[in-house]
Ligand binder design. Structure first.
Ligand code: ADP
Ligand code: MG
Length: 432
């Protein structure tokens, strides 16, 4: 019998909900990115992230259920997609543009929140404390009204809910307020449906993204988790077994990319922008240190190359009076990217060679980096190691990966109680 899990991810600045079957098949995976809300500030503002999660989490869950409904209700005979991942604005625009059936009652015209979620006037933030206006990507009431019925006589989210076996949610690591939003939504749903609640460690979720893309992938393998907050190497001897082999001693790789991108005037989010800006540059134009900690250690340090790059940037600003030619900036970004990627590839390859599983899994937002993918592929060829790197949409934060991780907890009956709380600094070793 298939196990369908509704998963919710709100650990940072993506609000995402997904339905995943048997830990391997993505029936839906809706991701609402808050980039537009945060880029004006040059980074994620925790309070704004929490408020945005509160605003969109219910419509995003509705969308995930609606999209999964044809597969859950048996009205679609096609095989379920391995990944239905789309950028928020594109998917949401498409949804509102193409759907006309209204399953949900009309929401009040004046407010984006439905009556059930309306904030009492007395508690609403006074205008003086209002969050600076950010461009609205969509109107959440529209999403609710446009939910599609999959069979006559019922709305698809409601019918899909009946086929859900458990509700999963990220409990940490992440931003406390952001995590609490997802937890509240998941607990409410699990309680009202009488279904199990499963708390998932975000890092474990990243690793399990690989199970979604590669149905044949099974432990043992070596995993490199590289994102804005994490740079870890794990040996994964079995499902739900993680042995930490190395981690950053200072900045995470994504954090270093973000900082150098910001210093170089690229803005937020830095990683993808830096990668694009580096495209035509010379990766050997500038020499930045590749820090290793000697044999037996697979730890990283990115503060060395970051400081060297910042010093180099200041020199360039002095030389060119703050008007550095584009080709030199491209080479600067390219050289920094090469330094970070070299350290990641070298350490994970060496770690894998000691375990000799023949498999490296690479996940997390930085795994979307093209140079990292190319260099790992080459290292894999040289060392006879198979590289498993899910597509970028499954590497950055998404709920499908949480649904996959939850399945393996569900299978071993590792369920959570309603006491489940956010653990902002959770490590994978204490995920339970
Ligand atoms: P976290 O889980 O820590 O919130 P994500 O898994 O969402 O982070 O990954 C976001 C990080 O990935 C950011 O630091 C971002 O700059 C980085 N990133 C995303 N795409 C790329 C890319 N193409 N190249 C380098 N870094 C990237
Ligand atoms: Mg992440």
């Amino acid at each position: 019998m298939s196990i369908n899990i509704l998963a919710i991810e709100t650990s940072c600045d993506e609000t995402s909900a997904a339905v995943v079957r048997d830990g391997r098949v993505v029936l839906s995976n809706i991701i609402f990115s808050q980039v537009k809300q945060h880029e004006v500030f040059g980074g994620v503002v925790p309070e704004i992230a929490s408020r945005k999660h509160v605003e969109v989490v219910i419509p995003i869950i509705d969308l995930a259920l609606s999209e999964a409904a044809p597969f859950l209700c048996g009205t679609t005979s096609n095989a379920a997609p391995t990944a239905t991942v789309a950028d928020s604005s594109a998917t949401l625009a498409a949804q509102t543009a193409t759907t006309t059936a209204h399953a949900m009652p009309p929401a009040p015209a004046a407010s984006a929140a439905s009556a059930a979620h309306a904030i009492p006037a007395a508690l609403a933030a006074p205008a003086a404390y209002a969050v600076p206006a950010a461009p609205a990507l969509y109107d959440s009431t529209e999403l609710l009204r446009n939910a599609r019925p999959c069979v006559p006589g019922g709305s698809s989210p409601q019918i899909a809910l009946n086929s859900i076996d458990a509700v999963a949610v990220t409990y940490g690591p992440g931003l406390a307020g952001a995590l609490l939003t997802g937890l509240a939504a998941a607990k409410g749903l699990a309680f009202s449906l009488g279904k199990p609640l499963i708390g998932v460690n975000h890092i474990e979720g990243h690793i399990c993204a690989a199970y979604l893309e590669y149905p044949e992938l099974a432990p043992p393998f070596t995993a490199l988790v590289v994102s804005g907050g994490h740079s870890h190497i794990y040996y994964v001897p079995g499902y739900r077994e993680y042995e930490l082999m190395g981690r950053t001693r200072d900045d995470a790789a994504g954090e270093a990319f973000d900082k150098i991108a910001r210093a170089g005037g690229l803005g937020y989010p830095g990683g993808p922008k830096l990668s694009r800006a580096a495209a035509d540059g010379d990766p050997e134009a500038f020499s930045f240190p590749r820090v290793r900690f000697g044999s037996g250690s697979y730890d990283f340090s990115f503060s060395g190359p970051k400081t060297a790059a910042l010093n180099q940037l200041n020199k360039l600003k002095n030389i060119y009076s703050d008007n550095i030619p584009g080709n030199i900036m491209a080479s600067f970004f390219s050289s920094f990217q090469a330094a970070v990627v070299d350290i990641l590839v070298e350490n994970v390859t060496q770690a894998e060679l000691t375990k000799n599983t023949g498999k490296i899994v690479v996940v997390g937002g930085v795994a979307a980096n093209t140079l990292l993918r190319e260099k790992l592929t080459q290292s894999g060829i040289n060392n006879r190691i198979s590289i498993f790197c899910p597509p970028p949409a499954l590497c950055t934060d998404n709920a499908a990966m949480i649904g996959s991780a939850a399945y393996f907890k569900y299978s071993s009956r590792q369920l959570s109680s309603m006491e489940l709380n956010a653990i902002p600094g959770a490590s994978l070793d204490c995920s339970g």
